[in-house]
Design a protein around this ligand. Sequence first.
Ligand code: ATR
Length: 280
Amino acid sequence: MVQGTTQIYGVIGDPISHSLSPSLHNPAFAALGIDAVYVTFRVSPSSLEDALRGLLALNVQGINVTVPHKSEVFQYVDEVTDTARRIGAINTLRNDSGHWIGENTDATGFIRSLEPLGLSLPGSSVGMLGAGGAAKGVAVGLLEAGVSRLFITNRSYDRATVLAELLKASFGQQSVSAVSLEELEKKELNLLVNTTTVGSEGHSSPAKLSRFDKLGAVTDIIYRPSRTPLLLEAEKLGLPNLNGGGMLLYQGISAFSFWTRRTAPEIIMRKALDEYLSKL
Ligand code: ATR
């Protein structure tokens, strides 16, 4: 029940009405008996600064940040975690005594989602398809987890080069390089990750897996459809594979823990996500 003591959390973005986050966080607060509610705020780009100041003034405790504010929000926060700085985007804000602390939970969310594959990431080689916004979170997660060699390929090759250079500045010890798809197919890869939007329509694939020389496992950050053409091919070839549902879940779980400093009720949140996805 919402009462005088209820604390407010929420998500800012534009558009925002279809956000999954209220369905994920409200049951989690209820399960732990936390007196809090999670709502959506539609905030246009021109109102971002006012909104963030207003949310602090109203003592809102935590905020998720989504499209189109993930980069712009940097200029209005008081502190940023190393992970968010490396990614160049913020998806979670915590109100620490009237100051916003910016974090990005996509990186840890992605890495936790890989657990069912049982991979050992430190020292491994990973190929990444795509060099857009989502690719940055995935790449930073992989490099923070100790991946030794990260090969990035992208339709617009320049973007892959720019991302590789950016990552090298933060992760000098590890090898990060932009390669063509043909070059990637020749690498020995423990994991191949699709971060492009190709496959979300259900009929195209960003790569032909049968052309790869040596591949350990395949993941797609797309969660709808749950089986993209890339994952269907992985299944056909007998390769362990995962879709993006886990990343979606664990970025939310990480945000919940970042705000509340408590272990998130994962089973409840997974059930909430499954229900949400089944209605799409
Ligand atoms: P997001 O934030 O979801 O990552 P984005 O920053 O627009 O969105 O990036 C989309 C990614 O999908 C990019 O790597 C994009 O490749 P380009 O940089 O060449 O645009 C990739 N992508 C989208 N449509 C594609 C297509 N039809 N073929 C190949 N790659 C595609």
